[in-house]
Design a protein around this ligand. Structure first.
Ligand code: NAD
Ligand code: UGA
Length: 323
């Protein structure tokens, strides 16, 4: 199978690229290396696949690239590229969300249709639900009422998928729930918590820690996404949640327990756009994809902590060597 992974240099996209190559597939990765976080981090994300002859990288922007040309002969497009992040999507920053999410997604769908590539699997988000009235959120029942401009952009991408879905183009929108694990983005809570635990800046806790998330390990997210390549009936929309809803306070306690020490912390006010709670009903993904989450929160946290600790150790070695 030949696949395209947009956003291949990002957190989730780089893991998906590795999984596809491990399964024997050919991958054309597209990434614009947007400046949301360090280019060096994105290059490091791709270090494991860079020399693989079945992997090719195109550095280009989905909002302007000739996508029909790139998608010719491709069996499935995994569309993960986006401007992510809930809290910074307010203000002028929203321009990036319009270009990298809405415009890019419409162009990906047009490109796939024109190139005759029959299947697009795209990353949506739990943020389309906003503050739901009842939990867990069920795709066909829970209203989508995003509370952030980011969530609005992701819901618009789902609306675009509904416009383009046809006999000629199958499109699945996977609603990922707060994803964590090695290579997590530097703006996200677990990454910052682990960095604080490894001697970095104190963790800034927004609110009192009672907000909760259905945290999902990246291996589980990749597994659900990969299964969409081969599923007989692709779901139009499916929640991908780890089934391990936990409050931030509980996560901090768990990590401190793993470490055997307290994590330095400052408290800040609740951030604009932050929802109180997320929780996924995953029956659709279970029945259509044969998927279920497998990584327990404590084991998943340990995997991210190990990755952060290895990076911190490598950096201190470099600074010792440089005098
Ligand atoms: P990420 O920022 O690490 O990866 C996104 C990648 O897309 C980046 O490498 C970026 O350079 C690239 N990109 C952005 N705009 C582009 C454009 N116009 N053209 C080409 N490349 C572009 O983010 P991530 O956390 O890996 O998220 C991947 C996807 O999953 C996104 O669609 C995000 O909205 C969605 N999602 C993530 C989470 C999460 O918890 N991380 C949860 C729900 C949904
Ligand atoms: C995450 C991703 O960042 C979004 O891209 C994604 O779309 C969304 O999940 C989703 O599930 O749809 P979020 O749940 O805010 O968004 O994930 P984190 O950034 O890890 O934050 C989790 C909680 O920790 C939030 O309540 C946040 O306010 C808090 N937090 C975050 C802190 O207290 N301190 C920080 O430094 C960062």
């Amino acid at each position: 199978m030949k696949a395209i992974v947009t956003g291949c240099a990002g957190f989730i996209g780089s893991h998906l690229t590795e999984r596809l190559l491990a399964e024997g597939d050919e991958v054309l990765g597209i990434d614009a290396f947007t400046p949301y976080y360090l280019r060096a981090d994105k290059e490091a994300n791709l270090a494991g696949v860079a020399g693989d002859p079945r992997f090719a990288l195109v550095e280009d922007d989905l909002s302007t690239a000739d996508l029909e040309q790139l998608m010719k002969g491709v069996d499935v497009v995994f569309h993960l590229a986006a401007q992510p992040g809930v809290r910074v999507s307010f203000g002028d920053g929203f321009n990036d969300y319009v270009r990298d999410n809405i415009v890019a997604t419409q162009r990906v769908l047009e490109g796939a249709l024109a190139a005759g590539c029959g299947r697009v699997v795209m990353a949506s988000s739990s943020s389309v639900y906003g503050d739901a009235e009842a939990f867990p959120c069920i795709e066909a029942e829970t209203a989508t009422r995003p509370r952030s401009p980011y969530g609005v952009s992701k819901r618009a991408c789902e609306d675009l998928a509904n416009v383009y879905r046809s006999d000629r183009l199958q499109v699945a929108a996977l609603r990922y729930f707060t994803v964590y694990g090695p290579r997590q983005r530097p703006d996200m809570a677990f990454r910052r918590l682990c960095e604080a635990a490894c001697g970095g800046e104190p963790f800034e806790l927004y609110g009192d820690g009672s907000q909760s998330r259905d945290f999902t390990h990246v291996d589980d997210v990749v597994d659900a996404t990969f299964r969409c390549a081969h599923a007989r009936h692709l779901p139009a929309v499916a929640n991908v949640g780890g089934g391990r809803e936990a409050s931030m306070a509980a996560v901090i306690t768990e990590l401190e327990d793993l470490l055997g020490e307290c994590i330095p912390m400052h408290r800040f006010e609740v951030q604009r756009g932050d929802v109180r709670r997320t929780s996924a009903d995953t029956c659709v993904a279970r029945t259509t994809l044969g998927w279920r989450p497998r990584v327990a929160l404590r084991a998943g946290l340990a995997s991210e902590l190990d990755w952060v600790a290895d990076r911190a150790a490598a950096r201190s070695l470099v600074s010792v060597r440089n005098g």
